[in-house]
Design a protein around this ligand. Structure first.
Ligand code: AMP
Length: 364
């Protein structure tokens, strides 16, 4: 079978690396001739709205998936007429607009930060007077890694942020003083079977994920159950097939849902070595209609992203239990070019190894 993938970044690359073990072939559609997934599969170069390229991909593929959530919904629907597309295009549609997404969660009884859609400065001022300060102003669409975002502390910030962002539709949200950011990763099969990996605690800096720790000290069975209950509603409502990530703010014992990504996710990279079945393999299993694998953790694990500069491979690999994943991308400031997962038998051993790793992988 050939799996078509929209997008040729590292997520597509890691889907292929997992899928090869199941005997699959891969073809990636990406506008760049340099995309990293092209190192491990066939590359079809073209833009995501090019119907000729989409038709070609559909002809070559038995099933199509995507590795980033800004795929044009119209393209996913066009493809879906020709070949099965998983996750369902509606998941893309919901996740691409922060207002639609938050209304979707609210409709399922899933709490989110208080929010309002704003399209004029007057609307923004009215929303801020209702929501209060601080608040977060974001573009409704095409934001990622904290881009297209302003934190509003004062009324002066309101006008300034409007000037910077106001040309496009916006959402304003209450600023949540969360204790932790976590994510729940889950997978649903065509038959409706669902599996969940352990809740992951995530640390961001400059809007970019730096570190993910599954089953961290903050983990409790109640939080896990709570997050799974919310995720279950989302999966069922979308008749979802594949891996889904939901990002959460944890405030005390409460969970507020920030957003979802209808794809494999950076906060699930630890599952390659840290879980019985990785997010990538289970994604492939799900879209092929195969039985899902166990999501059980294997020992303890932590993941650090490699951003901007590749550390010494020798130094990383000298740490027992460390696994380097270099994406074959050129280094550039702020660019994710790899990650390292480190495994240990105990939490204390993991903490020690992570400390050493942090000093080698410059997480700034
Ligand atoms: P997003 O693009 O929505 O994932 O936001 C990027 C990051 O900004 C999140 O991971 C949070 O650290 C922070 N953030 C986003 N929305 C809020 C909010 N309403 N309150 C506090 N922090 C936020």
């Amino acid at each position: 079978m050939t799996i078509g993938v929209l997008g040729g970044g590292q997520l597509g690359r890691m889907i292929a690396l997992a899928g090869y073990g199941l005997g699959q072939r891969f073809m990636f559609l990406d506008p760049s001739t340099e995309s990293t997934a092209g190192h491990v599969g066939s590359l079809c170069v073209g833009t995501y709205d090019n119907e000729e390229r989409l038709s070609f991909l559909a002809r070559k593929s038995d099933v199509v998936t995507y590795e980033f959530e800004n795929v044009p919904v119209a393209s996913a629907r066009f493809l879906n007429e020709l070949v099965r597309v998983y996750p369902p295009p509606r998941a893309l549609e919901v996740s691409q607009d922060r207002v639609v997404e938050k209304e979707f969660f609210a409709g399922l009884g899933i709490p989110t930060p208080t929010f309002a859609a704003v399209s004029t400065l007057a609307e923004l001022k009215a929303a801020v007077s209702h929501i209060g300060l601080p608040a977060v102003l974001k573009t409704r669409r095409f934001g990622y890694d904290g881009k297209g975002q302003w934190i509003l502390h004062t009324t002066e910030d309101v006008a300034r942020a409007w000037e910077a962002l106001g040309a496009v539709p916006l959402i304003v949200e209450a600023f949540v003083s969360f204790e932790r950011e976590m994510s729940i990763l889950c997978v649903r099969s065509k038959a409706g079977e669902t599996r969940f990996w352990s809740l992951v605690e995530n640390a961001h800096r400059g809007g970019i994920l730096r570190c993910s720790l599954p089953k961290s000290n903050a983990w409790t069975p109640e939080l896990q159950e709570h997050a799974e209950a919310y995720a279950t509603r989302v999966l069922a409502e979308l008749d979802y097939v594949g891996v889904l990530a939901i990002e959460l703010f944890v405030v005390g014992d409460r969970i507020l849902v920030n957003e979802m990504a209808p794809r494999v996710h950076n906060s699930g990279h630890w599952t390659i070595e840290g879980a019985e079945t990785s997010q990538f393999e289970n994604h492939v299993r799900a879209i092929l209609g195969l039985p899902l694998g166990s999501t059980r953790m294997v020992g303890h694990a932590g993941m650090l992203n490699v951003i901007g500069r590749m550390p010494s491979r020798d130094a990383v690999l000298a740490i027992e239990g460390a696994h380097l994943h270099a994406y074959g991308k050129d280094a550039a400031p702020g660019r994710k070019i790899g990650h390292v997962t480190v495994r240990a038998e105990t939490r204390e051993e993991l903490a020690r190894k992570l400390e050493t790793l942090v000093s080698i992988v410059d997480v700034d």
